[in-house]
Design a protein around this ligand. Structure first.
Ligand code: ZN
Length: 248
């Protein structure tokens, strides 16, 4: 980065933050992240991380864009309906910031191919809407000692928590959840505001991870309900029967 970059360049309003600075920006430019899910939370986190200049961003999703996505998934335009989400997203993100290396994978993540998410990155952002792949990624991140930034939204409510080795994990918290019993967004609805809030907080945590600072949502589940403007954090303890207990 030259002198112009620091004062008037693309990242100047970020570098000037006392918590970032030139050294912080260099760390961000070197950071490598996977975002699993290119829906609502994926739209927020991928857009913000691309704009602020993360070095490498891998976006993973098997779906195509549907008209009903456009109310909240800001990566997409009406002309993208029927096309691959990750291909449309890549075009948008490269247009936003060509400094960022964008890689896409159009696959469904299962317990068998979870390393598509975790290989050769520094941390993972959870932008999924199902628990089966979330549990598998949570486990693999603990095995590989990668921070895993959990986020989930439904209706007017959302949750966020950060999992690192030594902390409680998503299985401790939601190990009983079965995807078959979960309500889907076509039934519950989803407000774009809760997605923007939770996704933005995941990026705030991602910034701390990239700067090698301790994340703030370790062992701490943030719950937000925009129906009552309730914001609270709950202290979460590890469970002795969690299958990841050796990492807690
Ligand atoms: Zn656990």
């Amino acid at each position: 980065m030259n002198e112009k970059d620091l004062t008037t360049g693309r990242y100047s309003r970020f570098i000037v933050l006392p918590s970032i600075g030139v050294e912080g920006m260099k760390k961000i430019r070197r950071a490598r992240v996977s975002i699993v899910g290119a829906g609502g939370l994926g739209s927020v986190t991928a857009t913000q991380l691309t704009a602020l200049g993360v070095g490498y961003l891998r976006l993973i999703d098997k779906d195509v864009v549907e008209l009903s996505n456009l109310q909240r998934q800001m990566l997409y335009r009406e002309k993208d309906v029927g096309k691959s989400k990750v291909q449309a997203a890549k075009k948008f993100l490269e247009y936003l910031n060509p400094d960022v290396e964008i890689k896409i994978i159009q696959e469904e993540i299962t317990t068998k191919n979870v390393e598509l998410v975790t290989d050769n990155v520094d941390f993972v952002i959870d932008a999924l809407d199902r628990f089966t792949p979330r549990f598998a990624i949570n486990k693999k991140c603990l095995e590989k000692d990668l921070p895993f930034l959990f986020g989930a939204v439904s209706g007017l409510t959302g949750n966020a928590m950060t999992v690192v080795r030594g902390s409680t994990c998503i299985e401790c918290l939601f190990g009983h959840v079965d995807d078959k019993t979960l309500p889907v967004s076509s039934i519950t609805g989803i407000h774009p505001s809760i997605i923007q809030l939770i996704g933005s907080l995941q990026v705030a945590e991602a910034t701390r991870v990239m700067l090698k600072e301790e994340p703030l949502l370790i062992n701490s589940l943030l719950f937000i309900d925009i129906g009552s403007m309730l914001f609270e954090t709950l202290n979460i303890k590890s469970k002795s029967n969690c299958s990841n207990v050796k990492y807690h």
